[in-house]
Design a protein around this ligand. Structure first.
Ligand code: GDP
Ligand code: MG
Length: 301
């Protein structure tokens, strides 16, 4: 069998609330795939997950595009739109999720945003299990196809498993490229992983590139209170040396406090729950810390 050439690129999952983005992501994550804790160097987006399908020789680096999956209650301002559209333009692929037989104003807004980028946008019509009249789905597919969208995939995130179709179609759109992230590190996209990534992202934002690069963030404890869903997270930032530790903590702990607050707010947005986040800073031999992180996230082969 001839070996497939590798394809790889940055991908955004887009869709109004309740179309099934999380469900689809969770299903995708059940497949064998890869995620790494490496930092994104070439994109201004933050990475949420890395999906690698070795059969398809494909790697999708999923990124978060703030301002796209906005809340319906909030008024969408023009500048925000423009910001969002320009952020989307630089991606290799967009996967837009809509709901079969259910179209809202919010879908229309996203649709208009994506039409100029339709050639590199795949549309997923989700929840087809809920629609009795399948002809309606076909009609909708035709309309979207006439608008220029590259591929339209009807599926059911809860009932069907044919996600390989998405990978197959993504192959045609993504550029031929080596993987951006190594595949020998495997893990699932857990909340713990996401929490560590967010803390790391804030370290970058507050401290620039150099110091955070040598840091390891470890989640010591992650508990969800069954009574009120409060997410209680305790994490340690392992600094490369004493000087780094001092910078991270800041005068009277101000820097660490700011980093913690920013991380908490981002995590509350991601988890849609209240978050309690406690951060510590310790100095550690960086190799040992790296090794621990690898074990913690199940990144070992
Ligand atoms: P998100 O807001 O886009 O992340 O949407 P969620 O993934 O939270 O899904 C919203 C609701 O739609 C949940 O109740 C899901 O169980 C349901 N849902 C998602 N995918 C499907 C599907 O394929 N079929 C059906 N019937 N329900 C689905
Ligand atoms: Mg969701």
């Amino acid at each position: 069998m001839q070996e497939l050439q590798k394809v790889c690129g940055y991908v955004a999952i887009i869709g109004r609330p309740n179309v099934g983005k999380s469900t689809l992501m969770n299903q995708l994550l059940k497949r064998k795939m890869t995620i790494t804790s490496k930092r994104p160097q070439t994109t201004r987006h933050s990475i949420t997950c890395i999906l690698t399908d070795e059969q398809q020789a494909l790697q999708m680096v999923l990124v978060d595009t703030p301002g796209i999956n906005f809340n319906t209650q909030h008024h969408v301002m023009k500048w925000m739109h423009q910001q969002a559209v320009s952020a989307l333009k630089h991606l290799d692929l967009r996967v837009w999720i809509i709901e079969a037989g259910h179209w809202e104003e919010h879908d229309q807004i996203i649709c208009e945003m994506l039409v100029p980028l339709a050639e590199k946008t795949i549309v997923i019509i989700n929840k087809i299990d809920k629609v009795k009249d399948k002809l309606k789905i076909l009609e909708h597919m035709q309309t979207l196809s006439d608008m220029g969208f590259r591929k339209i995939i009807p599926l059911s995130a809860t009932k069907e498993q044919n996600f390989s179709v998405l990978f197959k179609m993504a192959r045609e759109v993504l550029p031929i490229s080596d993987y951006y992230y190594p595949i020998e590190q495997q893990a699932t996209c857990t909340k713990e992983f996401m929490a560590a990534e967010v803390v790391r992202e804030k370290l970058m934002r507050y401290l620039g590139q150099e110091i955070p690069y040598e840091c390891t963030v470890m989640i010591d404890n992650f508990e969800i209170d069954p009574s009120n869903s409060l997410h209680k997270i305790q994490a340690t930032i392992y600094a490369g040396n004493d000087r780094h530790k001092k910078v991270i903590v800041g005068t009277e702990g101000q820097q660490l406090k700011a980093i913690g607050q920013a991380a908490r707010l981002t995590l509350e947005g991601m988890f849609k729950q209240k978050v309690f986040l406690k951060l510590w800073v310790k100095v550690k031999d960086s190799w040992a810390a790296h090794k621990e992180a690898i074990t913690q996230f199940g990144l070992e082969e």
